[in-house]
Design a protein. Structure first.
Length: 183
């Protein structure tokens, strides 16, 4: 079982190349607020995510230093619209998001969903790459290796997999090949 969160500050570095993420996660009366800055080898972004009490994404904004801004709201579980209120049926069924420049979003499906040891669950994700910031649907599978601690992450198309370790709050501590938590 995950520990409750009041306020946590976390930092991650990429395992290859230069970069740093600084994130603050705070409990709010209606859920949680996530605010983060990420500097990578060829980009820098700030992002904000608002979550309900179950860790379901209510909305998020990504603001790149080059002036690109992306804003999305979940108008109902698995239903999305952009910042101008345009409905986005291409993302119907996507409850969670995965922002490629952070490992924080790997926390969303594992915190939001109950898993028994050995249980695998598939998710349709609203996935955003760091280069274009133009999201698309991505299939992902999480298999619980150790409850509330370690999960096997797989792209459902078979192109990537990793054993991801989480702390007692559900935040990534180690994502081999991609990110590592730093003090």
């Amino acid at each position: 079982m995950w520990k409750p969160v009041d306020e946590i500050t976390a930092r991650w570095r990429p395992e290859e190349g230069e970069g740093l993420e600084h994130l603050v996660l705070r409990a709010t009366p209606s859920g949680y607020s996530v605010r983060s800055n990420v500097i990578g080898p060829s980009f820098a972004v700030s992002y904000a995510i608002d979550l309900d009490k179950t860790w379901r994404v209510l909305g998020f904004t990504v603001d790149s230093v080059d002036g690109r801004i992306r804003e999305y709201r979940s108008i109902a579980p698995g239903r999305w619209e952009d910042g101008q209120g345009n409905k986005l049926p291409v993302f119907d069924g996507c409850i969670d998001i995965d922002l490629s420049f952070t490992c924080f979003t790997n926390s969303l499906p594992v915190r939001r969903t109950e898993f028994a040891q050995g249980q695998a669950r598939d998710f349709a994700m609203l996935w955003m790459p760091s280069d274009t910031l133009d999201p698309f649907v991505d299939g992902q599978r999480y298999t619980c290796r150790e409850p509330s601690r370690r999960f096997r992450y797989e792209a459902t198309d078979g192109t990537f997999e990793a054993e991801v370790t989480f702390d007692e709050y559900g935040l990534v501590t180690d994502y081999p090949g991609l990110f590592r938590r730093v003090p």
